[in-house]
Write a protein that binds this ligand. Structure first.
Ligand SMILES: *Cc1c(COP(=O)(O)O)cnc(C)c1O
Length: 374
């Protein structure tokens, strides 16, 4: 079975929408796209970046940005699709491969919530293989069994490092899974937090496996969540299936212009500094958490956040809110009772959080007094 055989037949059969901009070069006198001849506002910088003026439709997949990101993510030409964040990549994959009412995705709760939303929006079933109730580790045996079984899901979502548990996907397990899934199931590895971990990207496995898709994003380690820019890395056959349903101009001109700047040498230098500062601040946060008697369990993970189980997530959230700090709890996730996820912020932000932990009423009264006097 080829990859295309796994796609929804109506997607394979459809003739993709052909936009004016994709049919001809943006040169000479352009009277083919019902654009305005004038832009009312203009961005000088955008023109320097060769992204074109605002009155023109943007290039559907900006060639220079695609090339920058392919180089950065270490994949050959033709292996990358620009998307509006990884959220759009998740949605495109589910819509291309899952027939409503017939196919399923595999999810491993507790996990990132968008996999479930994309499946529900598409009318796909959700096969849940819960993580281990104490360690929160993946149930690898059960996942392999489902993928190799009689009714495999069409798409399986893995996250490395995972959110909110922070763990990496084991390489030999992934290889086993990809092999078991050949011709039956698309394996998605969401690498939204990859830059925070020294582990290499799984995009290198694209050479061997055509049923793999890797998701990357500029939202986290590029400090650009507001930009809404990410990418799907996959074999050209999968990229061309996804291109059939992506809107004709997914990335706005100012987005492309700003994204290009994230790949210039100065931004790269800044990113290195940012990543090492996050790593240092994470150690400060972990040390503080480990000293608190009300912190029962900590999952340090490999990303820019920490998951911890405390005496009462609701009370800690309240207390932090009182101190002007917002952290995350998971009241609806069965395995995350009294767990909180804390994002590693700046040193000043983490110092404020550590202070809030010290004054949390769950603490022994002496230590609170001591802190107040000091
Ligand atoms: C934050 C996050 C993303 C990012 O989504 P964008 O749409 O790129 O902002 C993707 N996957 C996971 C697991 C995340 O935690």
């Amino acid at each position: 079975m080829s990859l295309t055989d796994l796609a929804r037949p109506e997607i394979v059969a459809m003739k993709p929408y052909s936009s004016a901009r994709s049919e001809s070069a943006a040169e000479g006198i352009l009277l083919n796209a019902n654009e305005s001849p004038w832009a009312l506002v203009d961005d000088e910088r955008a023109r320097d970046d060769e992204v074109g003026p605002l009155n023109r439709y943007p290039e559907p997949q900006h060639a220079r940005l695609v090339a920058c990101m392919e180089e950065r993510y270490g994949v050959p030409a033709g292996h990358l699709l620009l998307t509006r964040g990884s959220d759009e990549g998740i949605d495109l994959i589910v819509r291309v491969f899952c027939r409503a009412g017939e196919d399923a995705i595999l999810d491993t709760p507790p996990s990132f919530g968008m996999y479930r939303i994309a499946a529900q929006a598409q009318g796909a079933e959700i096969i849940e293989i819960e993580r281990h109730p104490d360690t929160l580790a993946l149930n690898q045996a059960a996942m392999l069994q489902v993928i190799a079984g009689a009714n495999p899901p069409r798409v399986a979502f893995l996250t490395s490092p995972a959110n909110p548990t922070g763990d990496l996907v084991d390489e030999s397990f992934l290889e086993d899974l990809l092999s078991a899934a050949a011709g039956r199931c698309i394996i998605v590895v969401d690498e939204a937090y990859a830059e925070f971990s020294p582990a290499p990207s799984f995009s290198e496995k694209l050479r061997q496996f055509d049923n793999l898709a890797v998701l990357r994003t500029l939202s986290k380690a590029y400090g650009a969540a507001g930009l809404r820019c990410g990418a799907v890395l996959a074999k050209p056959e999968m990229i061309s299936l996804l291109r059939r349903i992506i809107p004709p101009y997914p990335l706005a001109t100012p987005v492309v212009s700003l994204a290009l700047r994230l790949f210039d040498p100065e931004s790269q230098r800044q990113q290195k500094i940012m990543l090492s500062e996050i790593a240092a601040n994470k150690l400060v946060l972990l040390k503080a958490l480990k000293e608190q008697p009300f912190v029962l369990q900590v999952w340090p993970g490999e990303a820019n956040f920490v998951l911890a189980r405390v005496d009462s997530a609701a009370r800690l959230l309240d207390h932090c809110a009182h101190c002007g700090i917002t952290i995350r709890s998971f009241p609806h996730a069965a395995l995350l009772k009294n767990c909180v996820r804390i994002t590693v912020g700046s040193r000043q932000e983490i110092d404020c959080l550590v202070q809030a932990l010290d004054t949390y009423p769950g603490n022994a009264p002496e230590s609170v007094t001591e802190l107040r006097n000091g």
